[in-house]
Design a binder for this molecule. Structure first.
Ligand SMILES: NC(=O)c1ccc[n+]([C@@H]2O[C@H](COP(=O)([O-])OP(=O)(O)OC[C@H]3O[C@@H](n4cnc5c(N)ncnc54)[C@H](OP(=O)(O)O)[C@@H]3O)[C@@H](O)[C@H]2O)c1
Length: 259
């Protein structure tokens, strides 16, 4: 039997209790990685971890708020204490929200930037030294957004300025981190998904309503699934992607051409 791609590797996945984080944690674990799964809501996170364990995965659930510097240190400490090393991180946790310019509040600004930018800055601050101490040659992937790369007058994305700006900020933090991490041959990249069917847009979105929203702005005519994103994240995490660092990768069903 062929060796699993991530055998002997340790990964941290934030936002791992649902959506793209959960799909990626499940794939990394299925391919042999030991995975530290992070989210705030403990019960939901532990249920997600139990599902992966039931399929033979080796995972550890750590409930934490990744918008806090100290929490990011605790996550890395937990990974090192459980598994001894760290090689891969998918800094995926994020939040969506929007408002027209004349209705922006400090509360909305802080919510979006705290989760989408601080989680990346403080995540990188703690995972990169741990990866270096584990021998380097690791891979960190940020979950940005196609909205970091363009503004659109499509009313479906009205009020998206703060979200777009937060993801663009995360991408620039990623690029400088890639420059610094190259000294230990660790790669840092972002993915920029299009519209993916997850809980982030709020409860109450059915398959039909999601597709009605996504189809007109997708070249493939439908919304994406978390299971269509996870393989690309795993590719970036793997040694098949050793020539790829410091860049933003659109995985969007052509959303970028139609948004
Ligand atoms: N869905 C899309 O169309 C789309 C498109 C482009 C980019 N993205 C990005 O993809 C990423 C993943 O989102 P998703 O769509 O997969 O959404 P999701 O299913 O809602 O998952 C979000 C995850 O992040 C966790 N989370 C949120 N805030 C957190 C915090 N402060 N600390 C720790 N964990 C936190 C959530 O759990 P708790 O709430 O329990 O903490 C959950 O596990 C986000 O960064 C999002 O901006 C999404």
């Amino acid at each position: 039997m062929a060796a699993k791609r991530f055998e002997g590797r340790v990964a941290v996945v934030t936002g791992a209790s649902s959506g793209m984080g959960l799909a990626t944690a499940a794939q990394l674990a299925a391919e042999g990685a030991k995975v530290v799964m992070v989210a705030r809501t403990k019960d939901k996170l532990e249920a997600a971890a139990a599902d992966i364990k039931a399929k033979g995965g080796d995972v550890l659930a750590v409930a934490a708020d990744v918008s806090k510097d100290a929490a990011n240190k605790e996550i890395v400490d937990a990974a090192l204490s459980a598994y001894g090393k760290l090689h891969i991180a998918f800094l995926n946790a994020g939040t969506y929200g929007g408002a027209p310019v004349d209705q922006v509040t400090e509360e909305l600004f802080d919510k979006i930037f705290d989760v989408n930018v601080k989680s990346v800055a403080f995540g990188l601050k703690h995972v990169l030294p741990a990866i270096e101490k584990s021998g380097g040659g690791g891979s960190v992937i940020i979950n940005s957004s196609g909205m970091a790369l363009r503004a659109t007058a499509n009313p479906a994305f009205a009020g998206g300025g703060l979200y777009s700006a937060s993801k663009a900020a995360a991408d620039m933090v990623m690029k400088y981190a890639a420059i610094e991490a190259s000294k230990h041959k660790t790669r840092v990249n972002s993915i920029a998904p299009g519209i993916v069917q997850t809980a982030i847009m709020g409860e109450g979105m059915t398959d039909e309503s999601y597709n009605a929203f996504a189809a007109p702005v997708s070249l493939v005519g439908r919304v994406g699934t978390p299971e269509e994103i996870a393989p690309f994240v795993c590719f970036l995490a793997s040694d098949e992607a050793t020539f790829i660092t410091g860049s933003v990768h659109e995985v969007d069903g052509g959303w970028g051409l139609k948004a």
